[in-house]
Design a protein around this ligand. Structure first.
Ligand code: PMP
Length: 277
């Protein structure tokens, strides 16, 4: 299947089908890229695509790159401008997804990054729901642990780090669940395979802190702000234990892909009444 969309690669705008990298590329072999996922929502009344928190995503891309020692060849402002141009050229009149990747682009064998060149690619492609936001998710606690800050830092959105997410998500799906909830190496709740986690317990909205091996999610930060300022809910970021998932009144996963996805079951135990309210 030909991919639909437009890409910006090596400084040029091309059709997505033409945006290819060589098999000897360092990041293809060793996972040495940092990336983002940004949603664009098609507004039919305005006939425009609205990008959600695009600046914050590029600020995080720069942070991820700093952690990995990858150079992003564009400033946050430039990345915002390039994003708008990619969206314009894609001519997509529907919800879409932007995927920028800053990566080690040099060709050759050897994991070292010294002297290996940096590349940048950004593409826009159509995207609907990533998870089922309509019916609720059945989740398991994964037997795979979230890689820690001293292994592959979850604070950085590193392409290679998503092997950890993929192995957990795959295990969940082959066992008949929709999504995996991952614990840290010390056994407390971190997040979903590619989503932050929130629970409601005793009237408070609770999410694991950014020091418990989670990505510092932009949706997470937005929801915390909305809950505090608009809904006047008590919001706590504190360590969450596994058994709290079983006794939560409500649970949901959130992220750019997941948006807000309610969880109705964890490890075959219903969350609250086991239905969406
Ligand atoms: N955790 C992980 C591991 C993710 O991949 C994502 C998706 N980017 C999230 C959380 C949610 O982050 P955000 O709201 O910034 O998309």
């Amino acid at each position: 299947m030909e991919p639909t969309g437009v890409a910006f690669i090596s400084g040029e705008y091309v059709q997505l089908a033409e945006a290819n990298v060589n098999v000897m590329t360092h990041s293809f072999n060793y996972g040495t890229g940092v990336f983002e996922g940004i949603r664009g929502y098609w507004n039919a009344a305005e006939e425009q695509v609205y990008l959600f928190r695009v600046r914050e995503h590029y600020e995080r891309l720069h942070e991820s790159a700093r952690i990995m020692g990858i150079v992003v060849p564009y400033s946050v402002d430039e990345l915002c401008r390039i994003s708008l141009e990619v969206v314009r050229r894609s001519m997509l009149r529907q919800d879409l997804y932007l995927r920028p990747i800053a990566y080690k682009s040099g060709l050759g064998i050897g994991v070292g990054m010294t002297g290996v060149s940096d590349g940048f690619v950004l593409f826009a492609t159509p995207m609907g729901n990533y998870l089922d936001t309509e019916h609720g998710l059945r989740c398991c606690v994964s037997s795979w642990r979230r890689a820690g800050d001293n292994a592959v830092p979850p604070r950085a959105k590193v392409t290679g780090g998503y092997a950890n997410a993929a192995i957990a998500k795959h295990e969940a799906q082959v066992n008949g669940y929709d999504e995996a909830i991952m614990l840290t190496d010390s056994g407390v709740v971190a997040e979903g395979s590619a989503e932050n986690l929130f629970m409601v317990r005793r009237g408070a909205l609770i999410t694991p802190p950014i020091t418990d091996n989670v990505l510092e999610g932009i949706t997470r930060a937005t929801l915390m702000e909305l809950a505090r300022i608009e809904l006047h809910l008590p919001v706590l970021d504190r360590t969450v234990q596994r058994t709290e998932l079983y006794t939560a009144d409500e649970l949901f996963l959130c992220g750019t892909g997941a948006q807000v996805s309610p969880v109705i079951e964890v490890d075959r135990r219903p969350v609250g009444a086991g239905t969406m309210r």
